[in-house]
Ligand binder design. Sequence first.
Ligand code: 9MJ
Length: 681
Amino acid sequence: MNPSDRIAALRAEIEAHNYAYYVQDSPTVPDAHYDKLLRELEALEAEHPHLVTPESPTQRVGAPAQDGFATVQHEIPMLSLGNAFNAEELTQFVQRVSDRLDKAGSQSEPAFCCEPKLDGIAIALHYEAGRLVRAATRGDGAAGEDITANVRTIPSVPLKLRGNDWPAWLEVRGEVYMPRAGFTALNERALAHNEKTYMNPRNAASGSLRQLNPAITRQRPLEFCAYGWGLIREPVKPLPDSQFERLRLFHEWGLRINPEMQRLQGLHELLAYYDRLAEVRDDLPYEIDGIVYKVDAIIQQDLLGFVSRAPRWAIAHKFPAQEALTVLDKIDFQIGRTGAVTPVARLQPVQVGGVTVSNATLHNMDEIARLDLHEGDTVIVHRAGDVIPKVLGAVVERRPADARRVPLPDSCPICDAPITREEGEVVARCTGGVTCGAQRLEALKHFVARRAMDIDGVGEKLLQALVDRQWVMHFSDLFRLTREQLLDLERMGEKSADNVLSSLEASKQTTLPRFLFALGIREVGETTARNLARYFGTLDRLMAAGVEELEAVPDVGPIMARHIQSFFHQEHNREEIEALIGLGVHWPAEVADSTVALPLSGQTWVVTGKLETASRDQVKADLQALGARVAGSVSAQTDCLIAGPGAGSKLKRAEELGVAVIDEATWLARRADYRGEEAAT
Ligand code: 9MJ
């Protein structure tokens, strides 16, 4: 393709994305893909300057102003930021800044004001005599939309500035964004009411801000954070000559600024700041997509000036994209331990969030319908932190003619038993029960797992081989395996066979909570298994318990109680338990304790940072065993935070809220105490 055609194609595609993004609040492609197109266009236009036109998407900053809102001209253009996509590009930026300052005669090494790059909507707030008189979106940078009525509903936007030393006219610039928790709640509400959900917090913020009815905006959990300024007139006293100090002054006037903001110097410090925030990124209560570095001294900012779209004195150092485009090749159906049918997206491998993703769970048929997914679709995949990858939606414009809808299969792909979905249930189930190879394999995997019977050396491959040969149909069959059988398996040497046999033998000595958890009773996780063991003391008492008595156990609700009771009523389960005990599975007696609440009952704990003596999972399990609820984030409801080295935003939040914080050593001492109390009762 010749450059002129490629430029035309890029412009058309970018314009289409702009429209979807800015006008419909419903992006068709991830930001990273959009950035790539824009960069390619910029590079081509730089090579062929005669092909640049005023209408080119490279010649404007953002979206054009929309109908429905009055237009506000920005007296000083609202620019965007240049990007650095890796450390090398940041290095070049720092070098460029130093070189230019040198040339301009400003020898002092620049300091940078650093803060997370909020993923929201840039706006300008106009304060006249300290009162909010107007709020506007960035729009195309030259003119935006008057969204004053909507912005006035945002609690963190002061309608009147504090103090009295602000300029007669002050234009504050910053980001309106939606914190993660508010976004999740908003989408959950929308789902419950069968309304449109938003793809991400940023679109939710944009959509909420651009409501024509401010009463709707008011119900949306929006926040504002200041990071800059526009026109300033008639200051009553000279403003600080540093970005950092100026924002601190804004803070005194009642504006929010980012608590992570720091003034740093030298590439090394900038990169360390980037690394630290990349580490805590997923723990922050809001989404960020990179770090913004701004030359701190305003005199140096002025010396550096602007290029067409962005200041030369600032840059956004982007984090690896958490969203990417790929093709959904196929939807498969997996059968879980309890027969639950889970659709799984088979994707063309794609890099996202720093790893290669080729599968993503689609949860259930409702989710496929909600996202309107077809095999063959181009889809947007999201992956953040260690969270499992998620398909956010399809790019309908790219749907090929032969794209296929995928119905729920009538029968199980493994055992051919009918698949049913009960009225009002989201989950479809294979009715094959233990005769279904998939359910059997999943049940066995669960049974041997580390936190269950902990049978070392018996993994999925071996279990699959044993199930295939029909040597292991039930849990108890594991303990009937002979050395000869094992040696008959491919790739099983004498040593491995002996190891498997001794692991099996060793696992027979277990605990009642482990045994109960291993049985795989629906809804019964580790904590419930512990609570059941503790409450009833013996398996016999538990097996004899009625629904009412089961419901008296901490954490056990009516549905779970019914699952437990029905499990122990089924003849084949009772036989299996008897067989296991007959083959030597045993556990020490538990001290039944149905009267005393667990020491941490009713408390909410959070764990963060690196721990020395145990994994976070283990500490979590210990906490749950003591009755605590373990939460993922710190709130006013948190009773205690266990913080290891490297703790970031959670620790900060706990300190802000006055939540008790203990280190690992203190936790270990407390745990010993609690367990001591337990032993004494
Ligand atoms: C965000 N999004 O957090 C800027 N930004 O500065 C910060 N954006 C910006 N600064 C000039 N912290 C243009 C945009």
